[in-house]
Design a protein around this ligand. Structure first.
Ligand code: GLY
Length: 284
């Protein structure tokens, strides 16, 4: 089924974020078991990220408080998928993360979104596996997200086509890709990333442009379309991924904003993970 308007991609007025608990350092889930997070630096980087959204881009930021029993809770993206005026509260794939959805649900209800809950106990879905292009959804089938979760997403957002993409070597689909504009997919160079892109291209009626960056982790960016500023891209800092940043610098129509994220990346937190973006423009 055809989607609504592609140009709505990136239009956001609000963001939900969540503070970092002390427990993140030792207890957050991670694929690299030997990583040591510098908590103070993680908080400084997270504050920088929030500052970009609120002070530089003018979004209303709702900051949820940290909860020590939920070490992965700053990665709010996994707890809900918001499109237009509807928010699907997910059932995260990691059992230790299931309670994260409670505070996120309340925040989305307070923002008066149409909140839909994923109650099926056979379903799992992490928002990190959901790539919305403005025209359609791609949902990664990963260790965290299963087919039933993707089906419930498709039932929730009936205006859009939903295609499933196997994700084998990464935590989430968006561990190696994201949108950089209404028609532009940023993709990492690894073989699994390129294979996933090929699958997405084969499943779509639409021909997307692609921007290939050397580092998979740098392919996770946040695209925003802000009135008065136009295309904005938050991307990983040049100290972290200098070669990938050289590729972003070729995007002459975008305001580029580097964001440091070295510490949360050690527990598999990427840029999109740390916010839920919501458009409450008057047309909604
Ligand atoms: N640490 C993020 C996650 O594993 O879900």
């Amino acid at each position: 089924m055809a989607g609504l308007i592609a140009s709505a991609l990136g239009r956001s007025t609000h963001a939900i974020v969540r503070a970092i608990p002390d427990s993140l350092c030792l207890e957050a889930l991670r694929t690299e078991s030997d990583s040591t997070v510098d908590l103070e630096l993680a908080r400084r980087q997270h504050d920088g990220y929030i500052g970009v959204l609120r002070d530089q881009l003018g979004l209303h930021v709702v900051e949820l408080s940290a909860e020590e029993s939920l070490p992965d809770a700053p990665f709010v993206e996994d707890a809900a998928v918001v499109c237009g005026g509807t928010a699907l509260i997910t059932r995260p794939g990691a059992p230790s993360r299931r309670k994260e959805v409670e505070a996120v649900k309340k925040a989305l209800q307070d923002l008066q979104l149409n909140v839909v809950e994923m109650t099926d106990e056979n379903a799992t879905l992490d928002g990190g596996d959901v790539l919305f292009t403005g025209r359609e959804f791609f949902v990664g089938l990963s260790k965290r997200t299963n087919q039933r979760g993707a089906e419930i997403l498709a039932d929730t957002f009936k205006d859009y086509a939903v295609s499933m993409v196997p994700v084998c070597d990464s935590l989430h689909l968006k561990s190696f890709c994201s949108m950089a504009g209404p028609n532009l997919i940023v993709i990492g160079s690894s073989e699994p990333a390129q294979k996933a892109l090929k699958t997405m291209q084969q499943m779509s009626d639409h021909r997307y442009d692609k921007l290939t960056v050397p580092d998979d982790a740098a392919a996770n960016c946040i695209y925003l379309n802000i009135p008065g500023k136009g295309h904005v891209l938050l991307h990983r800092a040049p100290e972290e991924f200098p070669e990938s940043v050289k590729v972003f610098e070729k995007l002459k129509d975008h305001m580029l904003i580097p964001v440091a994220n070295s510490e949360l990346a050690k527990v598999d937190g990427c840029l999109t993970c740390c916010s839920i973006l919501i458009d409450k423009s008057p047309s909604l």
